[in-house]
Design a protein around this ligand. Structure first.
Ligand SMILES: CC(C)(COP(=O)(O)OP(=O)(O)OC[C@H]1O[C@@H](n2cnc3c(N)ncnc32)[C@H](O)[C@@H]1OP(=O)(O)O)[C@@H](O)C(=O)NCCC(=O)NCCS
Length: 169
């Protein structure tokens, strides 16, 4: 498996991930198709500047232009303090094969080597069993249930946290 930066050619993968009702069922439903080119352009700029790590998951056997999903690490301000957050998505044909877990582990290992991210938080939807499975299985600590705003929707999530410097399962 490789993680590569998002590219302008990833619009199709974004549409399949973000505009699909099944993929977005735990994230408040599909996003509008028309915003996706702009979203990819913004993400490419953020990835190039290094302010966010927006990685596409590429499986060894697959064409690098055809991603299996995405894993992202970014930082935002919460009550005046910087907080690092990780999120992920895996396309349906690659789900249930450990791809999400391996990709999250790999990005956390990069974060450990980089050293600037500190503790990393994740907020999977409370109803998303595989996403919570990734947290549990990699050794994230469960902190609390929390309402989180994503794309103008309020989601019921589980708040998990991990120190990438600790051993990852
Ligand atoms: C959630 C998602 C990222 C999971 O990715 P995946 O590659 O299918 O997951 P994995 O195969 O790596 O499985 C992760 C862990 O969850 C466990 N798991 C999977 N399905 C599960 C279920 N229904 N109940 C409990 N645990 C489950 C797996 O057993 C594995 O743990 P293990 O290694 O200890 O066995 C993927 O299904 C997805 O993108 N779904 C749609 C979009 C989405 O929900 N994104 C995240 C929003 S919070």
């Amino acid at each position: 498996m490789q993680l590569r930066d998002v590219q302008l050619g990833d619009v199709d993968a974004y549409v399949r991930m973000r505009c699909d009702p099944a993929m977005m069922i735990d994230l408040g439903g599909p996003l509008p198709r028309e915003g996706m080119e702009d979203k990819v352009r913004r993400d490419v700029r953020s990835a190039e500047s290094g302010t966010q790590w927006i990685k596409m998951i590429v499986l060894d056997e697959a064409d690098p232009a055809v991603p299996a999903g995405t894993v992202t690490l970014w930082s935002h301000s919460e009550d005046g303090e910087e907080m690092s957050e990780i999120g992920w998505m895996v396309l349906p044909e690659f789900q249930g094969r450990g791809v999400g877990k391996r990709a999250v582990r790999e990005l956390l290992e990069l974060a450990r080597a980089d050293g600037r991210w500190g503790l990393v938080h994740a907020f999977p939807a409370a109803t998303n069993a595989p996403s919570n499975g990734i947290c549990r299985s990699l050794g994230f600590q469960f902190l609390e249930e929390r309402d989180v705003t994503f794309a103008d929707r309020v989601l019921k999530t589980n708040h998990w946290r991990i120190d990438p410097r600790a051993a990852l399962n």
